[in-house]
Design a protein around this ligand. Structure first.
Ligand SMILES: *Cc1c(COP(=O)(O)O)cnc(C)c1O
Length: 369
């Protein structure tokens, strides 16, 4: 692009660092454990063969099926191009560029910051405490001009749930001032922890969901925003006229059928078993210092020299996600739970890594916090 054209762009777009998605980071491998995708997929058939007509903006079959699944009324459900579009729609609906702010608590999901930056909205961060819970007093001190607070639970990348009592306190301190967005992208792996039933009590609560993780449909690009009918109506004013293509709506409706949901629950069961197995095996690797299994389809582990372990596995075609630059996560890698075969390949590669020398070996045992 010529310099002159670049100069025409908005200043914050020129300076924008795009989201480093797992796909953009590249890599050449056959064991992809860096994007929290489900490791296997189901086959779908389109029920429609022609596509000359525009689709519905909010396909009824998809909305009704998700409302049933979540225990909500259809008018409390919005569907979009992934949960990522929900993150962005909320910023566009609630934040005045150059004046308002969004608040989030690193280490956490990167898109809250990227979307805010793209719209010229201030990103205010309040780091999680050492135990990866919310620092409520610090949040309370930083709420001026904040319109949205994003809370990810289970949190990506740390995997832990945010204490429900803290979330209630956050909702109390933001009432009438800001919207609290609970990102439940991984909630199917710990359904008991959902706060969706709180929507009745808190009109300023929004819940984000996706078909990309437990439903094994990351390639489909379909997500959901759950909220009061009032919030959904605001978002419908600014959403694209046809956010879901007809094939996407068709497949999403199938995934949300009773059989699709039963298949998803079996997938979750398998994954939880494989997660427990992988956790145990990781603890036997000399280069691994600590394992934090969390509640999602991924886990964080700390190793003696994360960057060299990461690089060595990368060179062997095993692609993990390096989290060591995130606050509080030095020497931490994130691994998506793969198939048993994939997990075994990772363990074999990790066992071959140099471990701690006896002199530098920690005296603590490899316990999870
Ligand atoms: C994967 C992920 C999303 C995005 O989901 P899509 O529906 O694929 O856009 C949102 N939030 C978190 C925390 C995620 O990990």
């Amino acid at each position: 692009m010529s310099k002159a054209i670049t100069d025409l762009a908005r200043a914050n777009v020129r300076q924008l660092t795009p989201y480093q998605s797992a796909r953009r980071l590249g890599g050449k491998g056959d064991v992809w454990l860096n994007a929290n995708e489900y490791p296997t997929g189901s086959a779908y058939q389109l029920s429609q063969e022609t596509f000359n007509r525009y689709p519905e903006c909010q396909p009824k079959a998809v909305i009704n099926a998700y409302a049933d699944y979540a225990g909500l009324k259809p008018e409390q459900v919005l569907t979009s191009r992934g949960a990522d579009e929900g993150i962005e729609l909320l910023i566009r609906a609630f934040c005045e560029p150059g004046r308002d702010a969004v608040l989030f608590c690193p280490p956490t999901y990167g898109m809250y910051g990227v979307s805010a930056e793209a719209y010229g909205v201030e990103r205010r961060t309040v780091a999680l405490r050492e135990d990866w819970q919310l620092d409520l007093p610090a949040i309370a001190r930083n709420l001026a001009n904040v319109k949205l607070v994003y809370v990810c639970s289970p949190n990506n990348p740390t995997g832990n749930l945010i204490n429900p009592s803290d979330l209630r306190e956050l909702l109390a301190m933001t009432a009438g001032k800001a919207v609290v967005v609970a990102d439940e992208a991984y909630i199917e792996f710990c359904p008991h922890a959902s706060v969706v039933s709180w929507l009745e009590e808190f009109p300023h609560l929004v819940v984000l969901r996706t078909l990309s993780k437990a439903f094994a449909l990351a390639g489909l690009r379909c997500g959901f925003t759950l909220a009061s009918a009032e919030v959904i109506e605001l978002l419908l004013k600014i959403i694209a006229p046809y956010p879901l293509s007809a094939p996407v709506a068709d497949i999403a409706a199938q995934a949300l059928s009773p059989q699709g949901i039963a298949t998803m629950r079996q997938r979750v069961q398998t994954l939880l078993e494989n997660r427990a197995e992988l956790q145990k095996a990781l603890l036997t690797c000399p280069c691994v210092e600590a394992v934090y299994p969390g509640e999602g389809n991924y886990m964080i582990f700390r190793c003696t020299a994360a960057s060299s372990v990461f690089k060595s596995l990368w060179d062997q075609g095993i692609i993990l996600r390096d989290q060591s630059k995130q606050p509080g996560l030095s020497n931490c890698l994130r691994i998506t739970i793969g198939t048993r075969e994939e997990n075994q390949k990772v363990i074999d590669a990790l066992r071959a890594q140099p471990g701690l020398t006896p002199a530098s070996a920690p005296s603590f045992s490899k316990e999870t916090p």
